[in-house]
Design a protein around this ligand. Structure first.
Ligand code: FAD
Length: 290
């Protein structure tokens, strides 16, 4: 492990996960840095005056994507926490992630920004968590009390413990319909005002949804998912009339949106309901086309 000085702060560079966990305990004043696109921007803007940084970039086991097997039979894909969003895009693991990641910031930022850095603080506007909820992902982490793996639902509800580092994200093999949609102030890349991600897996007969920008963290669409999974006739692959509307209504009911300078709570709630309805209408149309 090396310690250098940069950006007017101390930089700790562990080369293994064990070193990083020890460093977290020995230097509780050090802020973890993945790609640095958020922490460096916050330092430059004077939002953060962290005296030291703990860089994860030199830890080999945190890097890279290991694709899993095929849907229905295959194991999960593993995404190391230090995987850049560009590398995740290149891995082409999911059509939903493809759309979501292209909407996230700019190519330059995606070249540096990491998966761990995107989900660590559980910020509701961040793009990945709604998709990971819809893909039924799990999050592996390590800290002074050992390692653990939690569902993304538990992760967004609980967050990280003191000195805990995200190690990886695992994506189970999931086939079927996968979509991410959002409303944003502009069509190009950037933070969404509100977003919805859904996957409908006919093999597992399950529906998973994630909602962004409409609570204190990304939110699972549990009631809407349970309703739709029950309403779908899985044998014919169709949802009854009114199911899309009700799914959107239940998603909106799960939200606790803020009013801020970008949108009112009412606008966000309405947008979630409309996006939810349209997603299920799109799925229905796809089913009918065969
Ligand atoms: C112009 C601009 C536009 C942006 N647009 C978007 C957008 O549209 N959508 C979006 O989601 N984000 C956006 N971002 C925010 C940011 O770039 C991304 O969220 C990015 O994924 C953060 O990853 P990072 O590796 O750079 O994080 P870092 O800046 O390195 O870290 C972010 C936080 O995560 C913690 N952290 C990092 N890695 C770990 C780990 N493995 N374990 C525990 N804690 C960890 C850090 O301590 C820090 O608190 C934007 C940023 C900028 C500057």
């Amino acid at each position: 492990m090396t310690v250098t000085s940069a950006m007017s702060g101390r930089v700790v560079r562990p080369t293994s996960l064990e070193e990083a966990i020890t460093a977290c305990t020995q230097r509780p004043d050090a802020r973890i840095m993945g790609g640095g696109t958020l922490v460096v921007a916050e330092r430059a803007l004077g939002i953060s005056t962290t005296p030291a940084y703990l860089l994860l970039s030199g830890i080999p086991e945190l890097h890279g994507v290991t694709p899993g097997g095929a849907a229905a039979t295959g194991g999960p894909s593993r995404i190391g926490a230090q995987t850049t969003l560009r590398a995740l895009l290149d891995a082409a693991l999911s059509p939903m992630l493809d759309v979501a990641l292209r909407s996230l910031a700019t190519p330059q930022i995606r070249n540096r920004a990491t998966v761990g850095g995107n989900i660590a603080e559980r910020r509701p506007a961040h793009t990945l968590a709604p998709c990971l909820l819809a893909l039924d992902a799990s999050v592996g982490s390590a800290g002074p009390d050992g390692t653990r793996r939690r569902s993304i639902r538990d992760f967004v509800a609980e967050g990280l413990g003191e000195g805990e580092i995200i190690v990886d994200v695992a994506l189970p093999a999931r086939g079927g319909f996968q979509r991410f949609v959002r409303v944003a102030p502009r069509n190009g890349p950037g933070y969404a005002i509100a977003s919805v991600a859904v996957s409908i897996d006919p093999t597992g007969r399950s529906v998973h949804s994630g909602i962004g920008g409409s609570g204190s963290t990304a939110l699972p669409g549990t009631a809407a998912d349970d309703f739709l999974a029950e309403a779908i006739d899985w044998a014919s692959g169709a949802a009854p009339a009114g199911a899309a509307e009700e799914y959107g209504r239940l998603l909106a009911a799960a939200c606790d949106p803020p009013t801020d300078d970008r949108a009112s709570a009412g606008y966000r709630r309405h947008a979630i309901a409309v996006m939810g309805r349209r997603l299920i209408e799109a799925w229905n149309e796809e089913q009918q086309r065969g």
